[in-house]
Design a protein around this ligand. Structure first.
Ligand code: PAF
Length: 280
């Protein structure tokens, strides 16, 4: 496995492999890798001749300076995990390498980028589109892999790829969970032991709510989820929306879509956790 910091160096390695008709897969990450990321890497390794994993904490997608400064950076440990997972190239550029000049591009990706996280974290998806488009231009992957925990992010990336005509196949991979249901996230390490014990309430409540469908209305299911999670004084739901999984428009009735997905963000103490569930 090669660890590469320079764009030109990575491009020249990949150009040679592509000349030999090797297929290239990319897993974009911000490091602090866990089994959720590794599930993406395993798929990438299995489905491509060459697996590239980028490890880059992208400053343009953080709308909270403190969050950016405290984001865990564990490159050495990440590389050890990636080597045993069969990754071929770790691309770990500096901020200057990725952004020699400020990226002034403003994306207009429609409603999928405006609702839910788009509304709560202004600029976040623009930053994601900036960095992921750069990664796609640099690596020119045949396939790219993203985790469904960030359900909305995948919809935004699909919209970006379509708008820019980038020839890459986007693969959405299932959420990986702890035994108690908590969705794996680099942010989980920020939970105190007490909050860590409480956090599975999110996934358990979402799962329980699926048993009420279709008898209860969409609004009743939303109320159940929000009230149950908020009944814990350390938990506060920021939003819970049940949406069409393709358009991300809120639904009012189960008949509105064949693909209803519930998307939630909860403050568990100070830690902002996201999760989602499919109702069909
Ligand atoms: O999901 C993430 O970790 C990031 O948003 C991504 C896709 C690597 C872009 O920085």
């Amino acid at each position: 496995m090669e660890i590469v910091n320079s764009i030109n160096e990575l491009k020249s390695y990949l150009a040679e492999l592509k000349r030999d008709n090797k297929t290239v897969g990319l897993v974009p990450t911000m490091g602090a890798l866990h089994d959720g990321h590794l599930s993406l890497v395993h798929r990438c390794v299995n489905e491509n001749d060459v697996c590239v994993v980028s490890v880059f904490v992208n400053p343009t997608q953080f709308n909270d300076k403190h969050d950016l400064e405290t984001y865990p950076r564990t490159l050495e440990a990440d590389c050890a995990l990636l080597e045993s997972a069969g990754c071929d190239f770790v691309f770990a550029p500096s901020v200057e390498e990725m952004y020699p000049e400020p990226d002034t591009r403003v994306f207009h990706l429609g409603r999928v980028a405006e609702v839910m996280e788009g509304a709560k974290r202004p600029g976040h998806f623009n930053g994601v589109a900036q960095v992921v488009s750069k990664l796609f231009y640099i690596v020119e992957p045949d396939n790219a892999y993203f985790g469904e925990k960030d359900f909305q992010q995948i919809a935004v990336i699909r919209a970006m790829v379509k708008q820019l005509n980038i020839p890459v196949r986007i693969h959405a991979c299932p959420i990986v969970r702890e035994a108690d249901g908590l969705a794996l996230s680099s942010r989980n390490t920020r939970l105190t032991p007490e909050l860590r014990q409480k956090a599975p309430l999110i996934a358990c409540t979402l799962k329980e709510s699926t048993t009420f469908v279709p008898e209860k209305s969409v609004q009743e299911v939303i109320d159940f989820v929000v009230n149950k999670i908020n009944s814990d004084p350390d938990m506060e739901v920021e939003y819970y929306e049940i949406v069409d999984g393709n358009t991300l428009e809120s639904i009012k009735s189960w008949a509105d879509t064949d693909y209803p997905v519930g998307c939630i963000t909860v403050y568990c103490g100070e830690v902002r956790l996201i999760d989602n569930i499919k109702y069909k």
